[in-house]
Design a protein around this ligand. Structure first.
Ligand SMILES: NC(=O)c1ccc[n+]([C@@H]2O[C@H](COP(=O)([O-])OP(=O)(O)OC[C@H]3O[C@@H](n4cnc5c(N)ncnc54)[C@H](OP(=O)(O)O)[C@@H]3O)[C@@H](O)[C@H]2O)c1
Length: 288
């Protein structure tokens, strides 16, 4: 078995970024709990782990449930006595213009992408505080930095994760615990298949029908140049092992480009840059 000295927990490890991250951490010194809400999807990670003799265990964890998160973390602490790294990765993106989203659809989006993150953090912190150390890595997005048409709910959850992480950093520094975000650009995963289109956004009568058609075309074009999930996993490993980790790590050339534009441009210039990139009309032109 590949040797390890630290213990990591990754949420949403059944596919995409979570799967690659769990494998890479296990190859690099972490006994990794690859958690997922449906353990019937474990074969992917288990086959790869067995082939390389990696220290990986699959555990059921549904980030939408207090009880599920509590039980999973309790089992890990009982077995290992410590948790060095938590990677909050589970998530999906609700698609639809803000006016087309029902309150229930937005609540569900927050249940997973935001409340799920609060749940796991609350459960691991007593252990990390006791051991006076640990790292919490939240998978945000470039959508946690700039707005996008047709993704207002998703974007707002990722902005929430950015604010949560910045606050956590201040609260946890005295305990020697780190928190940071990874901001991927477009990554080739299941996310588009697993992301529901809001009910009203599917209607022929939606006022945003044409805008959403352009949105789908733009996403299709971006996916062609998408980065592979390993690009994000590499950034997670880097952030988890650097002596002085940064607050944010972009993942993928598109993310790097947008973050660098964010540093150089005013908010209005950035909005113009992004809307032109997606093929929408900049809000400044509309206001004229
Ligand atoms: N792909 C991108 O372009 C991109 C860009 C920026 C950020 N991200 C972020 O990266 C993260 C991973 O997404 P991905 O792209 O790897 O997509 P993915 O392949 O669809 O993976 C999402 C994972 O989250 C899990 N999940 C969803 N709801 C859950 C719940 N209630 N409890 C536990 N697990 C749950 C899924 O489980 P099931 O298999 O059971 O559905 C799956 O394992 C997300 O937070 C996403 O917002 C993705």
């Amino acid at each position: 078995m590949v040797s390890y000295s630290k213990v990591a927990v990754v949420t949403g490890s059944s596919s995409g970024i979570g799967l690659e991250t769990a494998l890479l951490l296990a190859e690099n010194g972490f006994k990794t709990y690859a958690t997922m809400r449906n353990v019937n999807k474990a074969s992917n990670v288990l086959e790869k782990a067995q082939r390389k003799n990696l220290p990986i265990e699959v555990l059921e964890l549904d980030v939408n449930s207090d009880e599920s998160v509590h039980q999973a973390v309790e089992k890990i602490v009982k077995a290992e006595g410590r948790i060095d790294l938590l990677v909050n990765n589970a998530g999906y993106g609700l698609i639809g213009a803000v006016e087309d989203l029902s309150t229930d659809e937005v609540k569900e989006q927050y249940e997973t992408n935001v409340f799920g993150v609060f749940r796991t953090i609350r459960e691991v912190l007593p252990t990390m505080r006791k051991q006076r150390g640990g790292t919490i890595i939240n998978i945000s997005s470039i959508a946690g930095v700039v707005g996008f048409v047709g993704m207002g709910a998703y974007v707002s959850t990722k902005f929430a994760i950015e604010g949560l992480t910045q606050s956590l950093r201040l609260e946890l520094a005295p305990f020697g615990i780190r928190a940071l975000v990874i901001e991927p650009g477009v990554i080739r995963t299941n996310i588009l298949n697993s992301s529901p289109v809001a009910k009203r956004a599917q209607s022929e009568n939606s006022a945003y029908k044409e805008m959403m058609e352009r949105f789908h075309q733009a996403i299709g074009a971006m996916v062609k140049n998408a980065s592979e999930p390993i690009v994000v996993a590499n950034q997670v490993l880097r952030a988890a092992t650097e002596i002085q980790p940064r607050i944010r790590y972009p993942a993928g050339p598109d993310a790097e480009m947008i973050l660098s534009a964010r540093k150089q441009k005013t908010d209005e210039e950035l909005e113009e840059f992004m809307t032109k990139m997606i093929g929408e009309q900049p809000a400044r032109e509309v206001r004229k």
